[in-house]
Design a binder for this molecule. Structure first.
Ligand SMILES: Nc1ncnc2c1ncn2[C@@H]1O[C@H](COP(=O)(O)OP(=O)(O)O)[C@@H](O)[C@H]1O
Ligand SMILES: Cc1ncsc1CCOP(=O)(O)O
Length: 526
């Protein structure tokens, strides 16, 4: 009979040096098992053999009471002598093939992997699991390489696709970043996700390890039990009628709730963004200082990160982390991302650090993130032909980034990775003012805040990073601006781009459900 797979969900790696003053190791271990740890690795980097063996034997005794297997870090002899269930090997330890010969047939063998080559070797050698790390920066181990971030972990997961080798990530995983870690660490080609997380300090360093473990366990169980491939909860069928009626509901929610829309944006369009937000009846706050982000994420309804002049990258990174942590939506507007190497690297760093709910850009920007030069950018504007298959671009980017993608232009394409919609409202005067795309981002953020508010809070942790129908929200933000632009352009007091901008703000202010219902042009392409 094949051995049953070990439960990797919450994998405790021990670290006696990290215990809080006065906390006994065995007491801490037992409490963490009560909190829901599913696997324990005894990791003793400084102990001599006799001490290591004593710790291992006692650890196995305690874990047996909870039916939790114990693995031994590096040492086959200690594993054999203590009756542990297996070993965890490092890259410089005994090769798996030899460890297999020395250990009982059903022993669990895991190995650390820090890159795709190491993962490939581990997979081919038949490792039961790989420990992928370091995911985030950590003080618990002296790191010799850069951290992987979720994208690095995702690339390694693709190597494991189709093999029985399972995986956990390790390094800096906390309850505050666990869901983001799990949602982000996905094989971009295979959609394979992690089977669990390995943790030292969040549990061992706690004075209340039972509560610390229980908190992590609740989150990981929610993630593993949910369907992480589904990005957003659909509030209705994906027909044009249902989508517009969803948009109207969110439009009214903004008016009733006036959510705070926190915006980190460029200094060219900041005033227009604040005004368009107010015109929708949401409440803008433009704040960039990293030290404020933790507090703002508690009160903000949604965050907009507009990359325009990237003077505030530290604030962008911190803000996104806290909005993810508070399960609030984030709209990322990678303005001009194709224009410079610095912008490309910054976008990568941002998307490796936090999970966007919606990525919105023009053809050049979306093309750059997608990795296509079919539509290029010149500065912050798109140039060149339209994509031959825009639906494919937005759908694939949405799948890869696990968020809703909006590509603006004469037609706007919106996808959640499953459906693709084409929106055909708007007016060409939008091309003649600065900040049309930026304002669209603010509008999308306001609708995202409403979508979250419109979805009742689940009673139990639901494993998602954000709740609400974010596909409808993205459509709503774009429709609000582009339908208002049609009313603005038709006004007799609009004579050109200068008079168009204030008229646009007026018409967003004067939007009604009826206008949205009667003007919306939505086609469901997929
Ligand atoms: N030629 C056009 N006709 C109608 N609407 C347009 C046109 N160009 C842009 N829009 C609208 O203007 C808004 C901003 O899009 P876009 O101009 O692509 O952004 P950016 O300013 O980032 O380049 C979107 O809502 C889009 O629908
Ligand atoms: C053992 C190990 N391997 C990579 S990072 C790490 C330490 C993880 O510890 P923490 O969970 O405290 O960041």
């Amino acid at each position: 009979m094949p051995k049953p797979p070990v439960d990797l969900a919450l994998y405790l790696v021990t670290g006696r040096g990290l215990l809080p003053p006065g906390k006994d190791y065995y007491e801490s271990l037992e409490e963490s098992l009560q909190g829901g740890v599913t696997l324990v690795q005894v990791r003793e980097k400084k102990a001599d053999t006799a001490e290591f063996l004593e710790v291992a034997v006692r650890t196995v005794g305690i874990c047996n009471k909870y039916n939790v297997p114990v693995l031994i870090n590096d040492r086959i002899d200690i594993c054999l002598a203590s009756g542990a269930a297996g070993v965890h090997l490092g890259q410089t330890d005994m090769p798996i093939s030899i460890a297999r010969q020395l250990l009982p047939k059903d022993a669990i063998i895991g190995i650390s992997a820090g890159n795709v080559d190491e993962a490939r070797v581990a997979r081919d050698a038949g490792a039961d699991y790989v420990g992928i790390g370091a995911l985030w920066w950590t003080e618990s181990k002296q790191l010799v390489k850069d951290v992987l971030g979720v994208r690095g972990v995702g690339a390694i997961l693709d190597v494991l696709a189709g093999s029985p080798t399972r995986s956990v990530a390790i390094g800096g995983i906390k309850s505050t970043n666990l869901l983001r870690s799990m949602h982000g660490a996905v094989g971009p080609d295979s959609s394979r996700t992690l089977d669990g997380v390995a943790v030292i300090s969040e549990i061992v360093g706690s004075t209340t390890p039972k509560a610390a473990a229980a908190n992590l366990k609740k989150l990981i169980t929610a993630f593993l039990g949910s369907s992480p491939s589904i990005i957003t909860i659909a509030s209705g069928p994906r027909t044009p009628e249902a989508l517009v009626s969803g948009v109207v509901k969110l439009f009214q929610t903004i008016r009733e709730e006036t959510p705070i829309i926190h915006q980190i944006t460029n200094n060219v369009t900041i005033n227009s963004l604040a005004n368009i937000t107010i015109a929708l009846r949401a409440s803008p706050i433009m704040a960039t200082t990293p030290a404020e982000m933790e507090d703002l994420a508690k009160i903000g309804g949604a965050l907009l990160v507009n990359f325009g002049t990237i003077t505030d990258k530290a604030g962008m990174l911190a803000a996104g982390h806290h909005y993810n942590r508070n399960k609030k939506p984030i709209v990322f507007d990678p303005v001009g991302v194709g224009a410079t190497a610095y912008r490309k690297a910054a976008a990568k760093e941002i998307l490796n650090t936090w999970q966007a709910t919606v990525i919105k850009g023009n053809g050049g920007e979306i093309g750059s993130l997608y990795g296509s030069s079919e539509v290029a950018s010149r500065g912050v504007d798109s140039v060149g032909q339209a994509f031959s298959d825009p639906a494919k671009v937005v759908r694939e980017l949405a799948r890869r980034e696990r968020c809703v993608v909006v590509m603006t232009g004469k037609h706007d394409y919106v996808s959640d990775g499953e459906h693709v919609l084409r929106l055909s409202n708007g007016h060409e005067l939008l091309e003649n003012i600065t900040g049309a795309g930026c304002m669209a981002g603010s509008c999308v953020a306001a609708f995202c805040a409403a979508a979250r508010l419109a979805q009742p809070e689940p009673k139990d942790e639901d494993g998602r990073l954000v709740r609400g129908d974010m596909l409808v929200a993205a459509i709503g933000g774009i429709l609000a601006l582009s339908i208002a632009s049609e009313f603005a352009a038709a006004r007799t007091d609009v004579h050109g781009s200068g008079t168009f901008l204030p008229a646009l703000i007026d018409e967003v202010y004067n939007l009604t459900p009826e206008k949205l219902l009667s003007k919306a042009k939505i086609e469901v392409l997929q």
